[in-house]
Write a protein that binds this ligand. Structure first.
Ligand code: G3I
Length: 386
């Protein structure tokens, strides 16, 4: 997910609250081996729900709150943690095409995804489906016809069949789908004159592939909310391109219900003002919005590798960024229906290995599931909005 990370210093956020850091350090954040605060080992050895206030409860009916999770987290302490803090979850990778249909057309591996979806729904959590079509993590068979490249008609048929089969399989259990992910670029990858990424889907089928994928999803599950999901959705150029696409789909009577803001942020980018303008611009299109993959790197920009440890100052700065961004999303809760962070803890962040192997700690809980100052900042923002 290449990004041209511009460094925009956000306007000064409210000053640090030493209390947040004190809470985190008392929780063992500085002591390294202290047990997870409040995760009481029950007689059976499995941890009970954490004692930290539930984020899902703090957000309450105002906004779904959740995390990207993996099938490996559906047991023990992590399972209890997820059930405690989330009212919605999304599979980080388990519901992507390469995971659901790795070998050949029409042959599906649903077990891991079903376990994740059923785990969530058994505990009253909603599930976002991520993602039906993307230029990454697609199975090799999709674009090949023997040793040749698939024809346009073949590819349309395969895409429609995949989407129909998958959306039908999860129908009634997945309330929102990222139908299409990252189809527009703003200079960081080859694109057509309209800014549409020159992926194989775009190149082989043509720009109308976007109508094809949304129409197939709507036909398979008319009740699911259908999202276009992307990064840098707050940039003016992306707002222009995505808005044009939404208007075009709506003019053709193709169902699209929402825009997903991945919101992969850093200490210095993007500004709250840009995000606010974008949320208001998309709201004028008559679509809802989810913040789908929020994380806030300690580095000044996503592309940097200058941070070597989570110092108190960096954690406080990160907490302030979470406070100002989540504060915006909550102020716009009439437009933003869900907020998910991209991982349960710093032990599970893609930013530790993208765009290079590095130290990063972009989430609300540290690698031992201990709450960081960022957790307290988000909790306080949710409680203030009550
Ligand atoms: O499944 C294989 C495993 O068999 C193999 O042993 C292992 C060794 O490399 O790789 C595993 O695949 C990895 C996959 O995640 C599943 O864990 C890939 O290497 C790895 O590249 C892939 O990374 C994911 C990335 O999307 C792929 O682009 C990240 O976990 C995931 O967080 C990230 O999520 C994306 C969203 O879907 C869309 N928005 C951007 C976001 C960050 O890129």
């Amino acid at each position: 997910m290449p990004l041209s990370a511009t460094l925009v210093r956000p306007p000064g956020a409210p000053g640090p609250t030493r209390r947040r850091f004190a809470q985190w350090s008392l929780a063992g954040g500085l002591l390294g081996s202290a047990p997870v605060r409040g995760a009481v080992e029950s007689a059976a050895g499995a941890a009970d729900a954490p004692a930290d206030a539930s984020l899902a409860k703090a957000f309450g009916q105002r906004m779904l709150f959740g995390m990207a999770i993996t099938p490996e987290q559906l047991r023990g302490r992590e399972a209890a943690f997820i059930a405690h803090h989330c009212s919605v979850v999304v599979a980080e990778n388990a519901m992507k095409p390469e995971a659901l249909a790795p070998l050949r057309e029409g042959q599906y591996e649903f077990a891991a995804a079903d376990a994740l979806v059923d785990f969530a729904r058994a505990r009253g959590m909603q599930v976002r489906g991520h993602t039906l079509m993307w230029h990454q993590q697609m199975p090799p068979w999709l674009l090949k016809d023997g040793s040749a490249t698939v024809s346009r008609a073949q590819l349309i048929g395969r895409v429609e069949r995949y989407i129909t089969d998958v959306v039908t399989h999860f129908k009634g259990r997945v309330f929102a789908w990222d139908v299409l992910n990252e189809a527009f670029v703003d200079g960081e990858a080859p694109a057509d004159p309209g800014g549409m990424r020159l992926s194989e889907l775009r190149t082989i089928i043509g720009p109308e592939y976007i109508e094809v994928v949304f129409a197939a999803a709507a036909k398979a599950d008319p009740d699911a909310l259908l999202f276009y999901n992307d990064y840098e959705t707050q940039s003016p150029r992306k707002v222009e391109m995505i808005s044009r696409m939404v208007r075009s789909l709506k003019a053709k009577g193709v169902k699209i219900d929402g825009i997903g803001h991945q919101a992969h942020c850093s200490a210095g980018h993007p500004s709250v003002a840009d995000f606010e303008r974008a949320i208001d611009a998309y709201a004028r299109l008559g679509v809802t919005q989810h913040v789908t993959e929020l994380d806030i790197a300690l580095n000044d920009s996503l592309m940097e590798n200058k941070v070597t440890s989570a110092t108190p100052a960096l954690l406080e700065r990160q907490a302030r960024r979470y406070a100002e961004l989540v504060g915006l999303f909550l102020r716009r809760r009439a437009q933003v229906g869900a907020l998910l962070v991209w991982g349960i803890s710093d032990a599970h962040s893609w930013l530790n290995s993208w765009p290079m192997q590095r130290f990063e700690a972009p989430l609300l809980f540290d690698a031992q599931l201990r709450p960081k100052p960022a957790f307290h900042a988000v909790l306080e923002a949710a409680q203030r909005a009550a």
